[in-house]
Ligand binder design. Structure first.
Ligand code: ADP
Ligand code: ZN
Length: 588
C-alpha cells in the first residue's frame, strides 16, 4: 500500500486515503472482486482510477449515464490519467479503439448497453485488462431504486475475462440490494465493503416554511457558492427562480422536465461550471451531476422520503468543505402527501405511510437530525452530532398533551370539516359571525384556550398534521386521523418543539462559510482559476477545488516543490498550472 499512497500523492496530490478507500484499493490491487457501498462524496471513482494507473492493462468502467462519464473523463484527464469514453456522443471511436488495442488507455468508460454487445467483447480480447469497475451497481438489482435490465447482461462479459477483478460501486443499497448485487455480478460475500452513511460536513437544518423565497434569500446571503433548491412543481421552480434572481442579483436558473431539452441542457451546463449559481429544480435534477462544490441543497417542500432526502442533500459538499442542507416544510405538504396515499394501490399504502411517518419524525424531532437519519439507515450514531440545527441550539420541548386534547375535541365537536382559523376562534372564544351562525359559541370547547396557550395552537396543529393525527381535506378542513383517538383518551402524550427565534438563526449560521472571501490572495487565486477554466472550457473545480486554493492562500508556497505539498496538487496539475499560481502568490 506504500506504492498506492505514493501514486495517490503523485497523480491526485492527495495526502492520504479517506474512509474505506484504502481497503477497497488494497483489494483491487490484490486482484480480489469487491462491492463498495460508499455515500456520495466518499470518493468512489478514485478507488478504480488509482489502481488503473498502477496496474498493467486497461480498467473498463461501466457507467449508466453519458453526462457522468464525460464528467469523469474530464477530471481524470486533468490529472493526467489516460482515459476515453465509448458512447454514442463521441466522435473519436476509432482513436479510442486504437489506443485501447495499443495498451495506451488507463480507463475506458462504456455504457452497459454497449458493453454487452459481442463486438465490445471482441475488442476487449485485443489487449490486457486491469479490472472491471461497475458504477451505480444498484442498477443490476430489481430491489434497487433504479433497475436497468442491461446491467443484468453484464455477467457473461465479466465471466469472459476471469483474470480481471470486478469492482462494483454504489452509493445506495440496502441489505437486500447488496446481496443481490454480489450474486448477480459474481462477487464473493467477503468482498463487501460498506462505508458509513454519515456526511459530517453537511449541516442539516429543518425549519417551518414561513415564506420560502425570503428564507431562501437569507440562505443565499450566507452561502455565496453554488446551490440547488428543490421545488415541488414546475411552476414553482420558475416562480422561485425568478424571484430569487430579482431579489439577490445572483445567477438563478430553473430546471424541470417541461423545459425545452436544449434550455435544460444549457441551464445544467451553466450551473456545473458556475461558482455562484443557484438552480431551482424539480427532483428530476441531480442524477448524474458530479459537481463537487455545491454549497447548499434546499428543499422548498418536503421530499418524498428519508431515502430521497438523503440522496438529494448528498449532492451538497462532495468536496468535503462545509455545506448546508435546509428543508422548509409546511403542514400542508404532509396533508397533501397523506391525501395522495388514498389514491395509490392498497398494498403500497402501508409502505408509503411508513415513509411519511419516518419523515415526520425527522421534521419534528427535538433531537439530533443526523442521528435520526443514520438510525434510519441502520447505523448506531452518537446522540448528538454538533452540526445540525438542533445540536447547535437545542430547542425547548413543551408538553402540549392537554392543549392537543382541546384542539382535537374542537375538531370533533365542530364536525371535522373546519379549517384551523375557525377552530382557533372557537377555542379562544372569538365569536365572529360564522362562529355564532354555526352555534359554535355554545359548544363546551368554546373559549377553553387561554392567552398563554393560544400561541402554541398553530405549531401544535402543524405537528399533529405532520404526524397524521390531524388530516386535512382538500378544502383545508381538519379531521381526526392516526392516533387522534388515543390522544383524546389521554393515552398518548404530545410534545412539540419550541418554535425558534428567527433573527438569531441567520446570524449564527453565517460564520460557517469556509472560504475566506475577504482574503485578496484567495480571491486572486480564484480569478486565475476562472481564467484557466474559461480557456480550457472546463468547470473551475476541475482545475483545483476550493480547499486546494484555500490551502495555497494559507501556505503561500514559493516553489514548485512547496506547491506540490498542497492537497490536491498532483504532478500533472503542477506541470500545467503550477507556475501561473505561483506567480499570483508571489504578487500578493
Ligand atoms: P463519489 O463518486 O463517491 O460521490 P467522487 O469520486 O466524486 O465521490 O469524489 C468526491 C470528491 O472527493 C472528488 O472531488 C475527489 O477529488 C475528492 N476526493 C476523493 N478522494 C479523496 C482523498 N483521498 N483526499 C481528498 N479528496 C478526495
Ligand atoms: Zn445533530
Amino acid at each position: 500500500m506504500d506504492r498506492a499512497r505514493e501514486a495517490l500523492r503523485r497523480v491526485f496530490g492527495f495526502e492520504d486515503f479517506r474512509g474505506v478507500q484504502a481497503r477497497v484499493v488494497e483489494r483491487v490491487l490484490a486482484g480480489k472482486s469487491t462491492l463498495a457501498v460508499m455515500p456520495t462524496g466518499a470518493g468512489k471513482s478514485l478507488t478504480y482510477q488509482l489502481p488503473a494507473t498502477m496496474l498493467g492493462g486497461t480498467c473498463v468502467v461501466v457507467s449508466p449515464l453519458i453526462a457522468l462519464m464525460h464528467d469523469q473523463l474530464r477530471a481524470a484527464r486533468a490529472n493526467g490519467i489516460r482515459a476515453a469514453t465509448l458512447t454514442s456522443a463521441d466522435a473519436d471511436w476509432r482513436e479510442t479503439m486504437d489506443a485501447f488495442r495499443a495498451g495506451e488507455l488507463d480507463l475506458l468508460y462504456v455504457a452497459p448497453e454497449r458493453a454487452t454487445q459481442p463486438h465490445f467483447r471482441e475488442l476487449l480480447s485485443a489487449a490486457p485488462l486491469a479490472l472491471f469497475a461497475v458504477d451505480e451497481a444498484h442498477c443490476v438489482s430489481e430491489w434497487g431504486h433504479d433497475f436497468r435490465p442491461d446491467y443484468r447482461q453484464l455477467r457473461p462479459l465479466l465471466d469472459g475475462f476471469p483474470d480481471a477483478p470486478r469492482l462494483a460501486l454504489t452509493a445506495t443499497a440496502d441489505e437486500r440490494t447488496r446481496a443481490d448485487i454480489v450474486q448477480q455480478l459474481g462477487i464473493s460475500a467477503d468482498g463487501l465493503i460498506v462505508a458509513g452513511f454519515d456526511r459530517p460536513n453537511i449541516r442539516y437544518t429543518i425549519r417551518h416554511r414561513e415564506n420560502a423565497v425570503r428564507q431562501l434569500e437569507r440562505l443565499m446571503a450566507e452561502q455565496p457558492g453554488p446551490g440547488i433548491v428543490y421545488a415541488p412543481t414546475r411552476a414553482k421552480t420558475e416562480r422561485i427562480a425568478d424571484e430569487l434572481a430579482r431579489r439577490t442579483g445572483r445567477p438563478v436558473l430553473p430546471y424541470h422536465a417541461g423545459l425545452d431539452p436544449s434550455v435544460r441542457a444549457a441551464n445544467q451546463a451553466a450551473f456545473v461550471s458556475s461558482e455562484a449559481m443557484v438552480i431551482v429544480a424539480t427532483v428530476a435534477f441531480g442524477m448524474g451531476i458530479d459537481k463537487p462544490d455545491v454549497r447548499f441543497v434546499a428543499h422548498a417542500g418536503i421530499p418524498k422520503s428519508i431515502e430521497a432526502y438523503y440522496q438529494e442533500t448528498g449532492r451538497a459538499g462532495r468536496d468535503g468543505d462545509p455545506a448546508q442542507a435546509v428543508m422548509l416544510w409546511a403542514a400542508s405538504d404532509f396533508a397533501q402527501a397523506r391525501q395522495r396515499l388514498g389514491e395509490i394501490d392498497e398494498e403500497r399504502q402501508a409502505g408509503e405511510r411508513a415513509r411519511l411517518d419516518a419523515l415526520a419524525l425527522l421534521v419534528e424531532t427535538p433531537g439530533c437530525r443526523r442521528a435520526v437519519l443514520l438510525r434510519h439507515f441502520g447505523e448506531d450514531p452518537p446522540e448528538r452530532c454538533g452540526n445540525c440545527d438542533n445540536c447547535r441550539e437545542a430547542p425547548g420541548v413543551i408538553d402540549v398533551t392537554e392543549l392537543a386534547r382541546k384542539l382535537l375535541s374542537a375538531v370533533y365537536r365542530t364536525g371535522q370539516s373546519f379549517g384551523f382559523g375557525h377552530l382557533q376562534k372557537v377555542l379562544t372564544g372569538a365569536a365572529d359571525d360564522r362562529v355564532v351562525q354555526r352555534k359554535h359559541d355554545t359548544l363546551s370547547v368554546f373559549g377553553i384556550v387561554g392567552e398563554d396557550e393560544a400561541r402554541l395552537l398553530q405549531p401544535l396543529s402543524r405537528a399533529l398534521q405532520a404526524r397524521g393525527s390531524l388530516v386535512a381535506n382538500e378544502h383545508g378542513g381538519l379531521g381526526l386521523g392516526g392516533d387522534a383517538k388515543a390522544i383524546l383518551k389521554g393515552e398518548q402524550r404530545v410534545d412539540i418543539v419550541q418554535p425558534p427565534k428567527r433573527e438569531r438563526e441567520s446570524r449564527r449560521a453565517s460564520n460557517q462559510a469556509a472560504n475566506p472571501l475577504g482574503d485578496p490572495l484567495f480571491e486572486a487565486l480564484r480569478e486565475l482559476r476562472r481564467d484557466l477554466a474559461a480557456d480550457a472550457q472546463l468547470p473551475p473545480y476541475v482545475i483545483f477545488h476550493d480547499v486546494t486554493l484555500r490551502e495555497m492562500a494559507a501556505a503561500r508556497p514559493t516553489s514548485r516543490a512547496e506547491l506540490a505539498n498542497v492537497n490536491g496538487v498532483g504532478s500533472r496539475k503542477l506541470e500545467a498550472y503550477g507556475d501561473a499560481f505561483l506567480a499570483v502568490i508571489r504578487r500578493h
